[in-house]
Design a binder for this molecule. Sequence first.
Ligand code: FES
Length: 283
Amino acid sequence: MSDSDKYPSDSGRRRFVKGVVGGAALAGVGTTGAAAINSATTSPGAGGGATQAYAIENTGGPAPRGMPQIPVEIDSDGFIKGVWPEVKTENQGGIEVTVASTEDYKGTGVTYSSEWFQYCGVESYEGIQPDYESDNYFLSDSGAYEWQSETYSAGDRLNINDFSDYTEWGNGIGRAGLGKPATGTWRSQDSEDTIPIQIIRSPLIEEAAQDNEWLAASTDQGVIAWLNKCTHFCCVPGYKQAADAAKFGAENDVYCQCHQSVYDPFSVVQTLFTARPRPHSGE
Ligand code: FES
């Protein structure tokens, strides 16, 4: 199959439109789901329950849904950070709990909360606690790509200026020119728990953000980010990191080597799932 078969020139835009339609359908599902979910989360933990999140779409393999997006902001020096929701206190069933939640994120009507990330044990990570202190910058890990390990040491902040060749970048896996990726960590600096993230600066995202309100609010200069934990059994997938991704048609996608789940980082959709409660911190 040639590249042009798999990637018709207008496919990026069509897929974003599909995401919006799916979201409207999910709004109804959320209402019915809540009753069943309440009984499953009567643990003393905080938060959790039916959660609607934006995610990069799961397009193949056993994963039940996409991986949650992390809204991005780039500061005046070019450093890239993941936005953390507003920290506040809420009364949940008569108990005061601290939550991280932003309603109507940048005027989009979307509620962005830390519950988007509460699965796979991440709900117990220090960095996912609402009031964990962090500047929220994305830091390089050891670098999954040659360019990245040549440019950064582990712990360096990722900077947009290092992604200036994003419209041409390629590494011999799949097609070049879809975007330039990096791997990193978020809100993990003073913790033993590492929250893995992946970002791509992509011309496809830049273009899609021009007529998609959510993408315009949650990406910056073509940079999209997500929590890089497979929703199947919690492995860390990769974009253009595994040569065998091509065997599963995933050479231009995010591919999980554990059981061959595939995610499309250029298709952002709404997902509904049951977020796990954070362990009770004793407040
Ligand atoms: S496909 Fe099973 S953990 Fe990713």
